[in-house]
Design a protein around this ligand. Structure first.
Ligand code: NCD
Length: 335
């Protein structure tokens, strides 16, 4: 149960009991994330935030979560501005950063690279996304959001139909979420993707072995029908092999207000890890759904802060001291 000193590399580290603990700490982080209170529990601590792939919300929310606990953030972005551009190995980079920071977040384009980084590190390493591998904290915040939307607790999500839509092959947030949900009571997964981008066989197998129903389809309407939760994803263009052309995918897999109203039950939750591709002709989750109460995407991003605060507090062993230095905020903050 104790997370102190642990690397966070995969959602497989989270049993239902550990998820309960994480969510309990996350709930206690809400007043700080909402800027009602401040805490200095991580005063003097340093986060090394190493992002070797594009990012907006993961990099900023890991950083902001650490700041909200009173800690400092140092970061590098991209290979070009780090010594990896000079040929430095993951091992050496990891050992060096271990001397500067108390905890490190790494995003890297290669699956397994963050694990390699952790093996050489002297401080906890958190996987901020390793190629098409995993993105554990995204799945934790997705699962936290899903539970809050439906007033459920870990272990109590069974019985629902979850439609996973888009790039299920290369989407690491899907891989982490599927593994996390595999520990719930039986669910039905409707996996909606072009055949080339369907859920990897080993994940479909894992779900079936654990008693879940898995339906694969490349017809969007069929997949969305009867869904309680829709989890849409972006085609991971940057990971596609040259022989996969995405011509026409966006038209076949776009969810917009007209389709939602025609096919989905009112109340069906719409999720997406973001970024969604909002360029004309791309949008997998259309902007015309903005303003719908069922659109949970910005509740997901908001929840990223308290969830990541909880992860930091747990791996640094201060989860139960956060309130000791709590004070009301003094600046104007959003209601
Ligand atoms: C995702 C990622 O980087 O895997 N973004 C995120 O962290 N929320 C999804 C994506 O890039 O499509």
């Amino acid at each position: 149960m104790d997370f102190a000193g642990e690397h966070i590399l995969t959602v497989e580290q989270f049993t239902p009991a550990r998820l309960e603990r994480l969510f309990e700490v996350t709930d206690r982080m809400l007043p700080y994330a909402r800027r009602e209170r401040t805490t200095r529990v991580l005063e003097g601590a340093v986060l090394g935030n190493l992002f070797f792939e594009p990012s907006t919300r993961s990099r900023l929310s890991f950083g902001a979560a650490f700041n909200r606990l009173g800690g400092h953030v140092r970061e590098t972005t991209g290979f070009a501005f780090s010594s990896m551009a000079k040929g430095e190995s993951i091992h050496d980079t990891s050992r060096v950063v271990s001397g500067y920071a108390d905890v490190v977040v790494v995003r890297h384009p290669d699956e397994g690279a963050v694990g390699e980084f952790a093996a050489a590190a002297k401080v906890p390493v958190i996987n901020g996304g390793d190629g098409p591998g995993e993105h554990p904290t995204q799945a934790l915040l997705d699962f936290y959001t899903l539970c809050r939307e439906r007033d459920l607790r870990p272990g109590g999500v069974g019985g629902a139909t979850v439609a996973l839509v888009g790039d299920l092959r290369f989407g690491r947030t899907v891989h982490s979420l599927v593994k996390l949900l595999s520990g719930e009571g039986p669910l039905r997964f409707a996996c909606v993707a072009p055949a080339e981008l369907q859920l990897p066989d080993h994940l479909a197998e894992l779900l079936r072995e654990r008693g879940h129903r898995v339906d694969l389809t490349d017809v969007l309407e069929d997949g969305l029908r009867d869904a309680d939760i829709i989890y849409a994803t972006r085609i991971q263009q940057e990971r596609l092999p040259a022989d996969i052309t995405t011509e026409g995918f966006q038209d076949r897999f776009r969810i917009d207000a007209a389709l939602y109203d025609r096919v989905c039950e009112p109340g069906t939750i719409l999720m997406h890890p973001l970024p969604r591709d909002s360029r004309t002709g791309h949008s997998e989750l259309d902007d015309d759904l903005n303003g719908r109460p069922e659109l949970a995407i910005f509740r997901q991003t908001d929840n990223g802060i308290p969830v990541r605060m909880a992860v930091f507090a747990l791996v640094l062993g201060v989860a139960d001291q956060v309130e000791d230095t709590a004070r009301p905020v003094t600046w104007h903050h959003p209601a």
